[in-house]
Ligand binder design. Structure first.
Ligand code: GRF
Length: 220
């Protein structure tokens, strides 16, 4: 196979999305590999998952830096040192500055546990429930200067059920996150993702999995 795309995964938490990517990268036909995992928090479960998989890890604690730019400058240095070509934010709880965006233009992606542009920001599963949304889901998007505002690459939709809590909805969404994040990375690594303004085109096109979701049902 030709060169695999070198990923730098940034995480702050448990790292289940990281794990899904690690698992896909183990497939020799998968066109990407993880060059480094960086956490801003020494307790991030993601670091242990990466170590277990034999992936180089770095812990760059944001608390050790005077400001966001200084922290991002250290991130950029570590990512460059690992020859990273695509930066993958996987539960990374820090706001990215121009320093990162300019170093990796249109080469930073994020996963968000809601159907953007609905419910950007934090605690979004609870927000979807409180709003009474019939569906929520997850979104992989390019990162731009805003909070969860960049061009959308792929989304998955899940129903919101009566009696859902933030936790039950989060678990349902997470299951789909683990499918769409590796898929987004695969499409980018294959050179199939073209961005023009907000519009992201998949070339050659990949059809959606279904025609429509309706909740509640038309039938019972
Ligand atoms: C996921 O829900 C992701 O969408 C959000 O943070 C959570 C990270 O979970 N950005 P994990 O650390 O990948 O398990």
């Amino acid at each position: 196979m030709t060169q695999r795309l070198r990923l730098g995964v940034l995480a702050s938490g448990g790292g289940t999305n990281l794990q899904a990517i690690i698992d896909r990268c183990q497939d020799h036909d998968f066109p990407a590999e993880i060059a480094v995992v960086i956490a801003n928090n020494p307790d991030a479960g993601a670091l242990e998952r990466a170590r277990q998989a034999g992936i180089p890890v770095r812990c760059i604690n944001h608390r050790a830096f005077a400001g966001r730019e200084a922290f991002d400058t250290a991130l950029v240095a570590a990512l460059r040192e690992a020859d990273v070509q695509l930066v993958v934010l996987a539960g990374f709880m820090r706001i990215i500055t121009r320093v990162m965006l300019d170093a990796f233009p249109q080469r930073i992606i994020n996963i968000h546990p809601a159907l953007l542009p609905a419910f950007p920001g934090l605690h979004v599963q609870q927000q979807a429930i409180d709003y009474g949304a019939r569906f929520s889901g997850c979104t992989v998007h390019f990162v731009d200067g805003g909070v969860d505002t960049g061009p959308i690459i792929i989304q998955a939709v899940v129903p919101v059920f009566p009696g859902d809590t933030a936790d039950t909805l989060a678990a349902r969404i997470l299951e789909q996150e683990h499918k769409i994040y590796p898929r987004a990375i695969q499409l980018i690594a294959q050179g199939r993702v073209l961005v023009e303004g907000r519009a992201v085109t998949i070339d050659p096109p990949a059809t959606p999995e279904i025609a429509a979701f309706i909740n509640p049902s038309l039938h019972n």
